[in-house]
Design a protein around this ligand. Sequence first.
Ligand code: ADP
Ligand code: MG
Ligand code: MG
Ligand code: MG
Ligand code: MG
Ligand code: MG
Length: 698
Amino acid sequence: MGLLALGTALDWPETKKRAPQVREWGIKQLLEIWNKAKGKERDAMLWGDEVEYLVVTYADDDPKVLLSLRQAEILEALAEDKELKKKGGCVPGLQDGQSPAPLADSSHPIPVFHPEFGRFMLEATPGKPWGIGFRELLEVEPDMKLRRKIAKEHMLSTEYPITLTTFPRIGSPGQFTDPYYPTSGSRLRSQFVPDEIANPHIRFPTLAANIRSRRGRKVRVNVPVFHDKDTPNPWKDPTVNYDLHDWPEDDDVRNGAAPDDFIHMDAMAFGMGSCCLQITFQAKNIIEGRQLYDQLSPLGPIMLALTAATPVYKGFLANTDVRWNQISRAVDCRTPEELGEKPLTNGARRIPKSRYASNSTYISTDPRLRKEYLDPDLVVDLDIKQQLLDGGMDDRLATHFAHLFIRDPIVVFEEDLQELDLNKTDHFENIQSTNWQHMRFKPPPADNSIGWRVEFRSMEIQITDFENAAFSVFMVLVTRAILSFDLNFYIPIKKVDENMERAHAVDSVLKEKFYFRRNPFPSRPSRANTVVGDDSRPGSAYPSRPPTPGGPVEDEYGEMTINDIINGSPNGDFPGLIPIVESYLDSVNVDVSTRCQLATYLDLIGKRARGDLDTTARWIRNFVDTHPRYKHDSVVDEELNHDLIGAVIAIGERESTGQGFAGLDIHGLERLLNGFRGGCGGDDRTPNGTGTGNGNGS
Ligand code: ADP
Ligand code: MG
Ligand code: MG
Ligand code: MG
Ligand code: MG
Ligand code: MG
């Protein structure tokens, strides 16, 4: 996230009037950077991860666990730490692409911390992007551990950074933030969370307020409750207050906003207060960037299901496993007309998806991209598309941006509308960065100092840095295999949407099937063409692609389990992403010890996909289910929440400090994290000292 400029944020009616101007200037800025950067070549294959944390206030002997609202103070403490500064640490909120000076005595500068929407959140990224070397992949996990350590060192002794996607009791009646604030503030108008839960920088409360105003009512984040054996049926959310009369929006629940059998939430914080794991890749040029965007798209829902970590909301077990749709609804600014609830009037159009949603476009110039894969109903702004075409952009990319530009800007600062500055990309970024799709195609910044990047955004954050490093590194290896073997994962984009829905089901990792392309290889694996070492770059060899096949598109893909997709299907329908990554690793020069460490990451992922290990969501469900306080009524009460958070803190700390889990009595831990690092001579990760993982990358 860039430095946040101060200014006068416009309210919604004023923003709406200025929206066409923002779009027009945004498109001019886009064309400017596109013309500057479209011929950019040979950018380095850099990548970077983003880890998001919740900050909780926790004590062993106090049943109340609270969200700490001290984000600003913690970031300030980090920024003012002279020791950190000496080591290349930097103020939070570097501009896109800026990096602190490298450390003299180490290969990598210390991590960077950023603010986030929730005032109880932090984001941390590496001090500079990671390079291409395989050994560098092994620096990711220590770097993530260092981030956790540094963050903790700049907090109060009772505060902890934890990597859960959501705080299980956010929005529960009573106190859940520290300090306490009453709910029902003028910005969010939520009956469950106070305005003070959002980062106080004017951008964030304005974002929430203008989304609500544009919609004409509060956001409606309803997630189905998990029906346990003693859960009332039908279940009525007991926390909903039908008698509030502070704001017009208090009528929402009287008008049916909180149906039976749904946990009802009514504010942006319930979604944008979630933590995720994002990975950004720099491509060597725009063509490769467009290729990566397309090929990583079908993996979005697969990795969402595999990283599932979100089974509890507002103190109740939910009947979904992931955060995605809740965030989507939490920022859904569509009007009743756009939603199809009212007849269209003056120029409005139906919009099928929230601005936070799975992506709807493929953008590559790859001849294997058949028109049947595209969304025939894609909504685009035709005038904007024409402007982009007139500016020289090709149809496919123009379509992509004309699709993103159907949205209004939500936060506009008066000061930015005085004069168009083509040496900036602020208006373009305004629209681009509030299109929260599961892939993002990031053009270079205005100064053209870095390359075309693609961001993979669907993964849920995991409890430990080992897991977060494993998923990050896995995505890097998959990306390199895509480029090296010229893999083809194309399926119709609408099937990707459907997969995204399926990923929400409880234990979708084991119980659902997902549409996936059967044969990912261009013809046969072309690994003989690639010569890749630690310092050369994979993907330079582009085997010639077969002509676009003409058979029925439906024959190209099938429904597969996550295990089929990750480990390979028994009937040979799909080779499996891990076997593909392994044959990629076989084709390049990786030393034995690096290969062994990488195998521990692949092992975790393979086991989660097979069900030999639990997802975070399943682990949390079992923790709740077996807790003595749980009454099988779907309620995660304060004390249960306390023990869950206590377990999460303990696991995260033990793991990040390399202490091992011996003596830690946490239910199901062996099903979450058993059996790593055996065979590499690494640290002992074995819970309770049992288990004998063989570290074999299956
Ligand atoms: P955003 O929040 O907009 O997604 P961030 O600025 O937080 O973006 O950066 C996302 C990630 O991209 C970080 O891990 C950062 O290290 C990484 N990154 C920065 N520059 C590059 C680059 N040139 N190539 C690849 N990754 C980069
Ligand atoms: Mg970021
Ligand atoms: Mg960001
Ligand atoms: Mg973030
Ligand atoms: Mg977030
Ligand atoms: Mg990001």
